[in-house]
Design a protein around this ligand. Structure first.
Ligand code: TXA
Ligand code: MG
Length: 321
């Protein structure tokens, strides 16, 4: 059941409101936590320079301390505050794809707290396309950690109301910027290895990265490389069953319904951009509607399809089984 409203619930303010930037910056400056929209999903932001604020993020999400956070920047120039020994191919990636849904793993500097990296030598950096988000970084004059603004193990939020449902009584403010554009998280590339590795398929297709940088990307999935990428990470409460065609989905739906189950097929599997953009909202709605079994068509592992397939495979694993 969704959390009930309480008087400890935080405010939700419109991104376009005249004093929103100032209000957000003040809270973050004082070490608070604010949910902000990005072009991928909503993030729970805190000042990377304040350990207390970072601890509040982990606590609000119920997130284990060994899951490192992404540091969000306003522009590539700020990278050198947080990263060192940056290979030229990584600089080229920033030039080509920032601002945008690409997160880059680099060797960290001393400026980065161990809380952010989980004690690792690398730091994940990203420059989001959302202009308001970058304005906040600029106004604060500091990078922002911003994990997806959901409770740990839940699907990421693509609307302010999703953040409210998960975190309203645990954070200081939610900025409502409407629905996010991509609906799946950023693509993560590790540039600390001699051959760059794909750590997480995401909103920026790997084929575009390979093509424009003229490089091969190695596959590097698994908890040891990106500790937040647990198998069961993106799981709704409804059971998710995967099929590989719309026809198979209809057949499975009918047989499950005949067996007495509350079942629903996810929409838009024929349009990858729309499928990605609506995927998490559909999974949350299935939970809210007490759907027992969600049937999902897994797209081909190409372009945005790879990110959708990855999240569906994770959603199909129950968190506590
Ligand atoms: O699109 C996105 O990237 C969103 C928006 C809000 O920017 N953020 C996001 O953050 O998805 P989060 O914390 O939910 O996922 C970050 C992932 C985790 O899987 C984490 O393990 C990995 O990035 N990561 C962060 N720093 C890392 C590091 N130093 N080494 C390996 N993996 C790292
Ligand atoms: Mg997340």
């Amino acid at each position: 059941m969704a959390p009930q409203p309480s008087d400890r619930n935080c405010a939700v303010i419109d991104i376009a409101h005249g004093d929103t930037l100032q209000r957000v910056t003040e809270i973050l400056h004082k070490g608070g936590t604010v949910a902000l929209p990005t072009e991928t999903v909503y993030g729970l932001a805190a000042d990377v320079a304040q350990d207390d604020a970072i601890l509040r993020v982990f606590k609000a999400k119920n997130r284990p301390a060994n899951h490192p956070l992404i540091v969000h920047l306003d522009e590539p120039d700020r990278v050198d505050e947080y990263a060192t020994h940056i290979p030229s191919i990584a600089r080229e990636a920033m030039r080509l794809f920032w601002p945008g849904p690409l997160t880059i793993l680099l060797q960290r500097t001393e400026a980065i707290s161990n809380l952010v990296t989980g004690g690792r030598n690398s730091v994940a950096l990203r420059c989001p396309a959302n202009e308001f988000f970058r304005d906040v970084v600029r106004a604060l004059d500091s990078g922002l950690v911003a994990p997806s603004a959901n409770r740990f193990g839940h699907v990421s939020p693509t609307r302010a109301s999703h953040v409210f449902d998960d975190l309203a009584d645990r954070i200081d403010l939610i900025v409502d910027g409407g629905e996010t554009i991509h609906g799946v998280e950023s693509t993560i590339i590790d540039f600390t290895t001699s051959i760059p590795q794909l750590l997480r398929a995401g909103a920026l297709p790997r084929e575009r990265i390979s093509e424009l940088l003229d490089i091969e990307l190695l596959e590097a999935n698994g908890p040891s490389r990106a500790p937040g990428m647990l198998e069961s990470h993106y799981a709704p409460r409804s059971r998710v069953q995967l099929v590989d065609s719309a026809l198979a989905a209809t057949e499975l739906e009918e047989s499950l319904r005949r067996a007495g189950h509350r079942v629903r097929v996810l929409e838009h599997s024929d349009n990858e951009a729309l499928y990605a953009a609506t995927l998490y909202a559909q999974l949350r709605r299935a939970d809210a509607d007490a759907i027992e079994i969600v049937v999902a068509v897994v797209p081909k592992q190409l372009g945005l399809g790879a990110a959708i397939a990855d999240r569906l495979n994770k959603a199909a694993v129950k968190p506590y089984d």
